[in-house]
Design a protein around this ligand. Sequence first.
Ligand SMILES: NC(=O)c1ccc[n+]([C@@H]2O[C@H](COP(=O)([O-])OP(=O)(O)OC[C@H]3O[C@@H](n4cnc5c(N)ncnc54)[C@H](OP(=O)(O)O)[C@@H]3O)[C@@H](O)[C@H]2O)c1
Length: 332
Amino acid sequence: MKLLVIGGGRFVGRHLVEAALARGHEVTVFNRGLSAPPPPGVTALAGDRRQDLSALRGGRWDAAVDTCGYLPREVAAMAAALDAAVGRYLFVSSVSVYASFASPNDESSATGTIEDPDTEVVDGRTYGPLKALCEQALLSRLGAARSTIVRPGLVVGPLDPTQRFTYWPARIARATGGEPVLMPGDPGDAVQFIDARDLAAFMLGLLEAGRGGIFNAASPPGQWCFGDVVEACTAVSGRRLRRVWADAPTIERLGLKAWVDLPLWLPPQGAYAAFMRSDVSAALSAGLQIRPLGGTVADTLAWHRALPPAEQAFTLAGLTPERESDALQALR
Ligand SMILES: NC(=O)c1ccc[n+]([C@@H]2O[C@H](COP(=O)([O-])OP(=O)(O)OC[C@H]3O[C@@H](n4cnc5c(N)ncnc54)[C@H](OP(=O)(O)O)[C@@H]3O)[C@@H](O)[C@H]2O)c1
């Protein structure tokens, strides 16, 4: 298959490029050239999708995967530019498209809306509704028959720039001699995510099979709980630690934020109660395979440990040792 990856320089796109090469596909990437250069054998086209798509002119691909569409106008422009150039267009969306997370969503659940659909501010409030509008922009240009939409849950694994999952393998690997480690909620609280490499394999499988449709993509709801992540991290690093669980009111009282300070966890009651319980049965029927948790933990930790020391600091998610120590002190 001749495959065009829009983005392709980091995380999801990078894993996709490597998996596509390993499966014998011919790969072109289109990006600004600011991220890592592509691996050998990949054709690189340079351009800023928000301004100049001319580098795509004259190309022909069996499929395109859009890994970095956030504004409806940029997806509309890309779909128009590729209409005559690709057979299928796969858009990487998100489970954040849904209007509510009070109960589990499947692909038919209502998507969120936004007051100003032309906003170019992508933040926690606008990201999901804008992704929903991006999906609509694609569908209205190429139609359902040539469009595939994948809505990943939290994406994790090596190369993850967000630090949200990586915090836990790294934090637990730092524990020495039974030290206390602050844990959110309860070991039985739901978690749901997908290793970027499983996401890449799933998307390639859909393209190889020529499958259209909309697919939530994540581990099956209920497959893992937060305690499983902790156990996997403990097993991989071989550390001994004392787990100090703090429930949602305690976390709030400590002035800590779920998802950010204590990542990968959302309070089991409240507006995001079902954020990590999306229905993924359509994806499983279409071939989604989820690797064992220990593999994701081990590979993420190995990748993190190989980063330059300055990049190992948790600046985007998780607690600094000082903040965690203050919180543990307050719980005594
Ligand atoms: N991380 C998660 O948990 C999660 C969950 C659900 C869905 N998603 C979705 O997964 C997708 C992939 O996320 P990601 O973090 O791997 O990648 P990303 O940050 O969305 O995309 C990075 C890639 O896009 C290229 N790029 C960025 N802006 C560009 C522009 N204006 N023109 C051309 N290329 C541009 C970058 O290369 P250059 O910098 O070289 O241009 C790089 O190769 C996103 O659509 C995201 O919404 C992520």
